[in-house]
Design a protein around this ligand. Structure first.
Ligand SMILES: CCCCCCCCCCCCCCCC(=O)SCCNC(=O)CCNC(=O)[C@H](O)C(C)(C)COP(=O)(O)OP(=O)(O)OC[C@H]1O[C@@H](n2cnc3c(N)ncnc32)[C@H](O)[C@@H]1OP(=O)(O)O
Length: 219
């Protein structure tokens, strides 16, 4: 059994899998602003008490905008290349629902390298509500999957989640800064054993262990 947490391979270039890559600096500020405005719109629409006339007007405006924006769609699987704070290059799927630069649904969770793994902070609004005032358990799992999957990708090489076990210790609150952590515990060939947790006010609300299977790099 091989046990280590140091990189075991160079990060593969997604282009070698036939995936298009864009640099994060090339995403227009106007698109980032639009993504943020639409994120706010989703939250507002989910909670609005506006009158019927305003709702009908808004639906027509949004329908018109949807038509205008539905041009030159990106290829499915488009990746973003970014330089992390420690200078290393990493890739992520541009519409990743947890972390994607162009996903208006993403909270978004951005992770950075820290001693021992990856760490990010995120505050969830009512888009992610399950029980009243609390994060949906599926979204808690999604945050943890992203954190442990990214830790595995950064510390070893990218892979897919084969198994994810989540322990929900306490309710995860909305509108509260959450600390999300992922780390590699050990590797065994293509198997990467990972773990992570979410904390609110310093207390663990959920923790996960998972098994990632590293993708085979084409020759
Ligand atoms: C390209 C560049 C892009 C860069 C990109 C960067 C992205 C950087 C951030 C990503 C962050 C994303 C975070 C979200 C991650 C998801 O959301 S992934 C999506 C959800 N997961 C899936 O859809 C996976 C579906 N499952 C599968 O495709 C396949 O079962 C798997 C997991 C790929 C494994 O299949 P396989 O490659 O054929 O592997 P296989 O030979 O069967 O097994 C290999 C070993 O693992 C063991 N194993 C496999 N499955 C299991 C299991 N469930 N339980 C226990 N053991 C297992 C086997 O027993 C075997 O063990 P050994 O015999 O070697 O001891």
């Amino acid at each position: 059994m091989t046990v280590h947490t140091q990189p075991v391979a160079e990060a593969p270039d997604p282009r070698s899998f036939g995936l298009p890559v864009v640099e994060d600096g090339s995403i227009p500020a106007e698109l980032r602003s639009l993504v943020s405005r639409v994120h706010d719109l989703i939250d507002v629409v989910a909670n609005t008490g506006a009158d019927r006339e305003t709702l009908a007007e808004a639906a027509a405006v949004v329908e018109d905008l949807t038509g205008r924006l539905d041009v030159d769609r990106r290829q499915i699987g488009t990746m973003v290349e970014r330089t992390m704070s420690d200078g290393t290059t990493e890739y992520g799927t541009i519409t990743n629902i947890v972390s994607g630069d162009t996903s208006p649904v993403a909270p978004p969770l951005f992770l950075e390298r820290v001693p021992g793994g990856l760490r990010g902070e995120v505050t969830l609004n009512t888009i992610y509500q399950g029980p009243p005032g609390l994060a949906h358990g599926g979204w808690v799992a999604a945050l943890l999957d992203q954190a442990v999957g990214s830790a595995s990708a950064v510390e070893t090489s990218p892979g897919l989640t084969a198994k994810l076990e989540v322990n929900y210790r306490r309710p995860t609150p909305l509108f509260t800064p959450l600390e999300v952590i992922g780390r590699v515990d050990r590797t065994e060939g293509r198997k990467v054993f990972v773990s992570g947790e979410i904390r609110a006010h310093g207390e663990v609300t959920a923790e996960a262990t998972a098994l990632m299977i590293r993708v085979q790099i084409p020759e």
